[in-house]
Design a protein around this ligand. Structure first.
Ligand code: FAD
Length: 447
């Protein structure tokens, strides 16, 4: 009876414990990817994410075929589709790597129990996080709400395991099984086709991910501490979509970096990713509910749709903000420093609820991540875990002077600000900052 490897946020063959377990079972293997927009609570993918998924699945299908096995595509609620697929194939075992959002944990737990009841072997593995969320606790047995002690606690645990090698071959299942046609899922934009900038910047798939990891370690890791905050430098890893889709595991990234010495600063960024995911694990409503509930008292004014649109399009008249928002729109990604500046501008200068910004990023980012995105938005808003204090309002002009002194980043993405053709700022930075701090007084007064 064949083994099913259910691929989810782990679109890779190397360092894939679920695939390894299937191979160890010594039965034919069939891969499954299931597009589930139907189970309760599933957050629909954004546009840029769908684009990435399409190409990454194509790549995974080809890689698996080259090893001798097939990737089958099915669509629908997992609790229906997976048992049906087990029946179609007569599978004796299903293997997967764990997920950590609440709806997905519930789905997986339900399936594990029901399939086991039917006599099917089901095993799940740790592959997407370096530390399982239930293993990192304060002395009092609680989840951490502050990053530094969290990361110290992680680092005091046994070191992350070495990555598993890519299998040389995968004995495929020879029975006939129907697969959806990926094109029928309509993950790619058609009219208009806005993905030109994404195609130019990115090559989804495991092979390209591995190349980028190698290149980053060889060329950029050494200068990471010095230049990571300069958006024009191109010196960060740009591995975020690779980690989001699991084309690389954090174990591979961790090990490659550690082998180069002890790049603490870079490793601590992987630590922020862990912290965001652990926070989501303990707070499943992170994308909608303020972690610090006193922020529920924040008096958001009525939404100004013109301001929101100017921000989305990068037409605010503020150079660093416009450059960032255009980088996002065109290429599906934005440098971390600029993510902070654009988010702060939306929340604090335009007084627009952080959730509207989170939704836009969710739709536009190729690395849109169920934990990192809401976690970071709440961090900027001041309502999150170990967040920036609300009164820390980034000044986008000073940020540009400091981190883009030659205006290279601005010239690349918003050249109108260098040539003097940019519109006037839609708000006065000083006045709007003052208004934000006044609004914040209400939070301070909240019980
Ligand atoms: P590097 O500096 O090379 O870091 C290596 C890896 O560490 C990244 O790939 C990422 O997985 C992780 N990492 C780095 N910084 C952070 C951080 N601050 N928080 C969590 N993980 C981090 N990151 C996402 O992956 N998806 C998102 O949807 C996302 N939304 C964000 C929204 C806002 C408002 C802000 C301020 C940040 C957001 N981030 C998000 C975090 C961060 O900006 C990106 O992870 C980072 O810019 C990715 O670039 P890189 O791969 O070159 O990072």
């Amino acid at each position: 009876a064949p083994s099913i490897v259910w691929f989810r946020d782990d679109l890779r063959l190397a360092d894939n414990p679920a695939l390894r377990a299937a191979l160890d079972r010594d039965e034919p293997v069939v891969g499954l990817y299931l597009l589930d927009e139907d189970s309760p609570g599933m957050r629909p993918l954004g546009g840029a994410a769908k684009w990435w998924l399409h190409h990454s699945l194509t790549s995974l299908g080809e890689d698996l075929a080259a090893k001798g096995a097939t990737l089958v595509l099915r669509r629908g609620a997992a609790s229906d589709v997976l048992p049906a697929f087990v029946a179609d194939t007569g599978a004796g075992a299903v293997f997967w790597n764990r997920r950590y959002s609440r709806p997905e944990r519930d789905i997986d737990a339900g399936l594990k129990a029901s399939l086991r009841e039917d006599g099917v072997t089901v095993e799940s593995f740790a592959a997407s996080l370096l530390f399982e969320p239930w293993t990192v606790k304060t002395g009092a047995g609680k989840p951490f709400s502050v990053y530094s002690p969290f990361w110290r606690a992680c680092l005091s645990l046994p070191s992350p395991r070495a990555p598993l090698p890519e299998p040389r071959e995968v004995a495929g299942f020879s029975g006939r099984v129907d697969s959806d046609d990926l094109d029928d899922w309509e993950l790619l934009p058609t009219s208009p086709d806005w993905a030109g900038g994404l195609r130019e910047r990115w090559t989804p798939g495991e092979a390209a991910a591995k190349r980028r990891l190698k290149e980053f370690i060889a060329d950029d890791l050494g200068g990471y501490d010095r230049s990571r905050d300069e958006p024009a430098s191109g010196s960060t890893s740009m591995l975020s979509p690779r980690l989001r889709w699991g084309e690389l595991s954090p174990y591979q990234v961790w090990t490659a970096a550690v082998d180069e010495g002890n790049p603490r600063r870079f490793l601590s960024e992987l630590g922020w990713r862990e912290f965001a995911w652990h926070t989501l694990f303990h707070n499943p409503d992170l994308a909608t509910v303020n972690l610090r509930r006193e922020f529920d008292a924040f008096p958001w004014p009525r939404l100004n749709p013109t301001h929101l649109e100017a921000w989305q399009k990068g037409e605010t008249g503020v150079a660093m903000v416009d450059a960032g928002m255009k980088e996002l729109w065109v290429s599906g990604w934005m440098h971390n420093r600029v993510r902070m500046v654009t988010a702060s501008f939306l929340i604090k200068n335009l007084l627009i609820d952080w959730r509207r910004g989170e939704e836009w990023f969710w739709d536009c980012l190729v690395d849109a991540d169920a934990a990192n995105n809401p976690f970071s938005w709440q961090w900027v808003a001041g309502s999150g875990a170990d967040a920036a204090p609300y009164f820390r309002v980034f000044n986008p002009e000073l940020q540009a002077e400091k981190f883009d002194p030659k205006r290279e980043y601005i010239r690349t993405w918003a050249p109108e600000h260098v040539s003097g053709d940019a519109p006037e700022p839609i708000v006065d930075l000083k006045e709007s900052r003052k208004a934000a701090l006044e609004a914040y007084e209400e939070v301070k007064r909240a019980p």
